[in-house]
Design a protein around this ligand. Sequence first.
Ligand code: HEC
Length: 184
Amino acid sequence: MKLITTSKSIKLMMVSMSLLLVFIFASIWFGFYNVSAKDKHFALTTHLLELVRTRSIDARTNDIKVPNLTDPEQIKSGAKNYSEMCTTCHLAPGMDMTEINQGLYPRPPVFSNKDYKNSPAAQFWVIKNGLKMTGMPAWTPPHTDEQVWEMVAFINKSKDLSPNQYQKLIEQSENTHNEDGHGH
Ligand code: HEC
């Protein structure tokens, strides 16, 4: 008697699993899921995706040794690379919203916002490796780890910079680069 009940429930489980699979494949095939960047995730999906991102990055940043990030020269070089490669998405002090910053989903964080916060190791890892399905590219190669740390140093400083101070920093970095012939 007990055996029969068990085999019945196994059958029932297999039937419902097959139905679920058919439903999933049909949903994909008939295009039920909207891939538009304007169609926001459910709150639960967002939480899950953020959890996956955080846990994945945490698991890969344990061994990263964060160097000193306060050297003004380092911040200056970081500012230069940042201004050339990152501002269309992540903006900078005094910069207005861009079409790309507005249209991307997920939205790229604005590092000069007072409420932005993340650990330097996580920032380093993301700049180096990029993030799948977000629009955030991987920047090494061609950039070196040292250049990535320079940008980490800069983005954590950018909150304290007024638009004027930011402009000055970029001008200074351009002058240094031209004087010593390392301009690009
Ligand atoms: C094409 C747009 C784009 C460009 C260009 C870009 N990023 Fe990103 N970035 C993103 C997006 C989108 C995310 C992911 C946001 C999310 O996961 O919520 C991201 C994430 C990040 C993060 C992790 C954010 C966090 O939560 O702390 C860092 C750090 C970062 N970018 C730095 C940079 C730097 C430095 C550059 C330039 C070298 C750069 N990005 C260029 C779009 C961009």
